[in-house]
Design a binder for this molecule. Structure first.
Ligand code: FES
Ligand code: FES
Length: 166
């Protein structure tokens, strides 16, 4: 499905592949991927906290790796496979349900970034050890201090996905 997005500015026309949709749009060279995803396309699950690459709240998955969308220029993302938190089902997704059942959030602002980082980890390592989870999540900051619950949530998700030991 190709969706058109209009913008009045100059720049270059590109097509972004996000969550199995293609978005053709004109982007300015200085626009970050976060701006395009959140501000232009309305995929508001991708958050901005620091806008300097220091908090992880803007994390999306690109070609299987978690990346900071606030530090990535949209114009460089043509042809890449991008996944945002909107691609995860709210009901029935083992990772989302593990996060909810382990109360791995308070205000929830940082949660999409953590979840996408955790998803990228589980996609490449379905049975991560605690230290591997800590390493993967070390770039994600939570102002509410929910850190221990993320470890439990990812271990629980691995079991639900049958990657973890029962
Ligand atoms: S908003 Fe991108 S790392 Fe903080
Ligand atoms: S749950 Fe509030 S910033 Fe993390």
């Amino acid at each position: 499905m190709v969706q058109k997005h209009q913008d009045d500015g100059g720049g270059k026309k590109i097509t972004l592949k996000i969550n199995d949709n293609e978005y053709s749009m004109v982007v300015e060279p200085h626009w970050t991927l976060r701006e395009v995803i959140h501000d232009k396309l309305g995929l508001t699950g991708t958050k901005e906290m620091c806008d300097k690459g220091a908090c992880g709240s803007c994390t999306v998955i690109m070609d299987g790796r978690p990346i900071l969308s606030c530090m990535t220029l949209a114009i460089e993302c043509e042809g890449r496979e991008i996944e945002t938190v909107e691609n995860l089902e709210v009901v029935g997704n083992p990772l989302v349900e593990a996060y909810a059942d382990n109360h791995a959030m308070q205000c929830g602002y940082c949660t999409p970034g953590f979840v996408m980082t955790a998803k990228a980890l589980l996609d490449r390592n379905p049975d991560p050890a605690v230290e591997q989870i800590k390493d993967a999540l070390e770039g994600n900051i939570c102002r509410c201090g929910t850190y221990p619950a993320h470890i439990d949530a990812v271990l629980d998700a691995a079991k639900r996905l049958e990657g973890g030991k029962k």
